[in-house]
Write a protein that binds this ligand. Sequence first.
Ligand code: GLU
Length: 477
Amino acid sequence: MLQHSKEPSFRESVDLMFNRAVALMKLPAGLEEKIRVCNATYTVRFGVRLRGQIHTFTGYRSVHSEHMEPVKGGIRYSLGVNQDEVEALAALMTYKCALVDAPFGGSKGGLCIDPREYEEHELELITRRFAYELAKRDLIHPSQNVPAPDMGTGEREMAWIADQYARMNTTDINARACVTGKPINAGGIQGRVEATGRGVQYALQEFFRHPEDVAKTGLSGGLRGKRIIVQGLGNVGYHAAKFLSEEDGALITGIIERDGALVDEKGLNVEAVRSWIATHGGVKGYGDGTYVEQGNKVLESACDILIPAALEGVINMGNADRIKAPLIIEAANGPVTAGGDDILRDKGVVIIPDMYANAGGVTVSYFEWVKNLSHIRFGRMGRRQEEARHQLIVEELERLSKDKELGWTLSPDFKTKYLRGADELELVRSGLDDTMRVAYQAMREVWHARDDVQDLRTAAYLVSIGKVAASYRAKGL
Ligand code: GLU
């Protein structure tokens, strides 16, 4: 049943979805309100002298919930940034971290800027100044507030932020833990860049491990051969599409970008499209597939899985009834409005919600933060010891395989595969895979166990709000 007469904003959408979930819980009314509201939002306007003139920029850092500290969440650079958006995103961070057991409260930052309009050295000046404004108020701090990349920012910006913080806190031995998503040479971790897209892949793999859940979409079998449309070939969409096509045998039948879309039922080559975009600034003119000028229409094309990996609100009351995908996985934050969500739920579309689907980023950020605080790379102590123990077994097996009477041999690549101890990247992927599996299982348990829970989003909210409420209670609130 349609509950909205007009399209709710992003922030209203998050609140509406939260309200729908808490209505099914027995929380004291005061606590419910305490969890829902955003604790604080700091707005800063600062000037930077560029091209012989002073430019004023507006930025935000919003702290949604401090039931655990530090609070965590990315910094976005986009002209669309505003207080409401940052607060909605900060709230999602609270629920996301709780759902995947990353021990953080939720926060988010944003700067109203189109980064493509500035030279690298100008962006550095702007970023350092923004970081200075936030750090001097402890809104960047290893134990209080730890930003990360989001839309329009990446490793480069995180390295500037980390360096700015270190300059302001010269004796803080944990300075590097003030921000995550840094390059490796500035205290980053292997696998952080791919993490959100990798998490989307692991989430889908886990979904397809449960035939009962797959049946709800009307699909069957595994990921092989499934037709996927992805919106946005940025960091998240690119990695998700790449891994799903190259490793799981799915077909990327549509890629939607700013300037239009590409469609090809035989499957597009993600790597080739990505490098075309890098050199030509868009998908237009790409050799394979068909170019569709009205890109967003492709959201409505027939496919098995739709991956919105760009902006919020792209599936809404205006197009939800025309969406044909039976399964949507929200790689972006808030791509489906509350109004769109109602329509899709009524149609029986299964949505794997953002707070779970894109939690791979913050999960690996958590690993990076722990690495920075422990001042040692994962795997450094144990790897060779693990290899030495494996060597013992391999030698023993080799000795036995020489025994003609036993009559068995080792498979050709067993030795090399088995001998190698896990490096940091493998450990990160293993930790991420485990996180995505466990969190999915927690959601699906609620989804299947309760008659009043129709969808995975409500289930996700129930699990995470339950955890946040437990933290508040433990604190005596
Ligand atoms: N910006 C990302 C998100 O929305 C990552 C946050 C983080 O790593 O702290 O989840």
